[in-house]
Design a protein around this ligand. Structure first.
Ligand code: SP5
Ligand code: ZN
Length: 352
């Protein structure tokens, strides 16, 4: 299957993450996509360079204000001399526009960049550096080029996106993500297809941004299997089984949270349940939000899925027989990540 990539995705260097107030090295590195591409080229991947796409596809999913903030955040930060005079070499929030501050009324966007950060970011772990916007924007082009390939008749296409996206909402970003590639692909496919699009997320963390973007839409089915956020895992506030969609989107959202320590059998049952739900919902195309951080050795999640588990998950999703765009999300064990992605792609092709 075609592997879509763009070198600009390497330009993002978050410079670590701030967890419980402490800056640590972080695991969302350019070495991740290097490892994936190396593993796929050993399997004779056909690598396609991403084509540039217009901003209209981003605006289908994100608020213009978020895009404007992200595009200029680094320049605004350095113009305010926060790097030189405050010793902070990345854009990072300090005060947050918590909904309770305004009793649910909308807050105004503040003018100062050091306050804007806490309007648009919802955590301290998602730092912005000089190359962040270019890389995040390139990742969108990667996802949209994969959509083009599938729209032109390829049965499947893999978008090797970095940075990942599934934690980004319409108007706020976090979870090592800046622009939400999977729903951008999903919304684009929805414009081209007669029936509903399914976006199925097998990253170890709940795809909270994707859920919220489509929560009121009836033409996109969003399913996610992930470690139980109630057991202390990011994104903490979302990803519970009772979040099922609302309005026109009632019953078009499905969360399957799993206990820490869950391995192949229960995880694959959940993947199978998501696939069956998409089939019953009449999905005519599929986006797989492909994180491989549910793997046993991954440093960011306590799930215990094996390499053969990922192969079997690919077969279950491939057996849907739908035009499929796979979008890279998380996965942080540099030793195994490439092989795990390869297992999923092989499984998808076998499933047909
Ligand atoms: C796309 C994706 O997989 N995002 C996951 C973001 C979850 N990050 C949570 C980090 C919480 C603290 N990490 C402690 C460092 C352990 N190595
Ligand atoms: Zn994840």
């Amino acid at each position: 299957m075609p592997v879509v990539w763009n070198d600009r995705c390497r330009l993002h260097d978050p410079g670590g993450e701030i967890f419980v107030g402490v800056r640590t090295a972080g695991t969302e590195l350019a070495a991740r996509t290097d490892a994936i591409l190396a593993a796929l080229s050993q399997a004779d991947a056909h690598v396609v360079d991403a084509e540039q796409h217009a901003d209209s596809a981003l605006l289908a999913v994100h608020d213009a204000a978020l895009l404007e903030f992200l595009e200029s955040a680094w320049d605004d930060w350095t113009d305010a001399k926060l790097d030189r005079e405050r010793g902070q070499d990345r854009v990072v929030p300090y005060a947050f526009a918590h909904a309770g501050l305004t009793s649910g009324r909308p807050a105004a966007v503040p003018a100062a960049v050091w306050a804007k950060t806490g309007y648009f970011a919802y955590d301290t772990m998602t730092l912005i550096g000089p190359g962040t916007w270019d890389a995040a924007r390139a990742a969108v082009d990667v996802a949209l080029t994969a959509v083009d390939l599938v729209a032109a008749g390829a049965p499947h296409a893999y978008a090797c996106c970095r940075p990942p996206g599934h934690h980004v909402c319409r108007g706020c970003y976090g979870g090592s993500c800046y622009l939400n590639n999977s729903p951008i692909a999903g919304a684009s496919l929805a414009n081209k297809s007669a029936g509903p699009v399914a976006v199925l997320d097998i990253d170890a963390h709940h795809g909270n941004g994707t859920q919220e973007i489509f929560y009121e839409r009836g033409d996109v089915l969003v399913g996610s299997v992930h470690v139980d956020p109630g057991a202390g895992w990011f994104p903490h506030f979302l990803g519970f089984a009772d979040e099922t969609g609302t309005g026109a989107g009632a019953n078009t959202n499905k969360n399957l949270p799993l206990a820490p320590g869950t391995g192949d059998e229960l995880w694959l049952e959940a993947v199978d349940a998501l696939a069956a739900w998409a089939r019953e919902g009449g999905a005519t195309s599929l986006v797989v939000a492909l994180g491989v951080d549910a793997a046993a050795g991954d440093p960011e999640s306590p799930l215990n899925v094996s390499a053969s588990g990922f192969r079997r998950a690919g077969r279950l999703l491939g057996a849907l027989g739908l035009p499929t765009v796979l979008v890279q999300e998380g996965g942080y064990d540099l030793e195994t990540l490439g092989q795990l992605v390869r297992e999923v792609l092989l499984g998808i092709e076998e499933g047909l």
